[in-house]
Design a protein around this ligand. Structure first.
Ligand SMILES: [Ca+2]
Ligand SMILES: [Ca+2]
Length: 188
C-alpha cells in the first residue's frame, strides 16, 4: 500500500536522475569535442590531400562529430565556427554610424564590414576556422531530446533540454596573411 503510493514518485526521481546524468555526460562530450577540434584548428594544418579552407573546416567539423560518439543528431545541432581579429571582438556586432540616432542599425547607414560579407551583421565573426593568428570561436547548441518524457516537467521544456558549449582560441601564426594586410580593426 505504501509502496503503491510512493512508487510513481520514486520512479520519476530515478528517471530524472538518469536523464540528468545523460545531459551532464553529453555536455561534457560537447565541450571536449570542441576542445579537440580547436586544438587541431589552431595549428592551421590541412588534412592529407586538402588545400582549401573549406576542406579544413569540413575536417574540423568531422572531428567534432566523431568525438560526440553518435550521441548528437547533427541534423538538429548547430555548430558555429567563427573567426575574429581579437578576443574582444568575439560576439560583438559590426560597428555602424547611427545616422538617424535611433540606437540601432538601419539599411543605408555606414558600417564596418568586419567579416567582409557585404552586409551589416549582429555578430562580426567571419565564417570558418580562420587564418593565421585569428581568434576562433567554436560553439555548439543542441536541444537534447529527453529519453524519459516523465522527466520533462522537471528538467526541460517540450521534451527537450537545451545544451550549449563553446570555446575561443587563437590560431598559431603559421604564415603571413595572403594579402599582407594583417588583422583587421573592427572597432572603428
Ligand atoms: Ca539607426
Ligand atoms: Ca558583415
Amino acid at each position: 500500500m505504501e509502496f503503491a503510493f510512493i512508487a510513481p514518485i520514486f520512479f520519476l526521481m530515478v528517471f530524472a536522475t538518469i536523464e540528468f546524468a545523460l545531459v551532464m555526460f553529453v555536455t561534457v562530450l560537447m565541450e571536449s569535442s570542441l576542445r579537440d577540434a580547436s586544438r587541431y584548428g589552431v595549428t592551421g594544418q590541412l588534412p592529407d590531400g586538402a588545400s582549401t579552407m573549406a576542406e579544413r573546416e569540413a575536417h574540423i567539423r568531422q572531428l567534432i562529430a566523431d568525438r560526440t560518439l553518435g550521441l548528437i543528431d547533427f541534423s538538429d545541432a548547430t555548430v558555429d565556427i567563427l573567426s575574429y581579429p581579437t578576443f574582444g571582438d568575439v560576439g560583438q556586432g559590426e560597428k555602424f554610424v547611427d545616422g538617424n540616432g535611433n540606437g540601432k542599425y538601419d539599411p543605408g547607414e555606414t558600417f564596418n564590414d568586419c567579416n567582409g560579407n557585404g552586409i551589416r551583421d549582429d555578430d562580426r565573426g567571419a565564417a570558418g576556422p580562420g587564418e593565421s593568428g585569428a581568434v576562433v570561436l567554436y560553439r555548439m547548441t543542441y536541444d537534447w531530446p529527453l529519453l524519459t518524457p516523465l522527466a520533462g516537467p522537471i528538467i526541460g521544456t517540450d521534451g527537450k533540454f537545451p545544451l550549449r558549449a563553446s570555446i575561443a582560441v587563437r590560431n598559431e601564426p603559421w604564415n603571413p596573411s595572403l594579402d599582407g594586410s594583417g588583422p583587421k580593426d573592427c572597432n572603428t
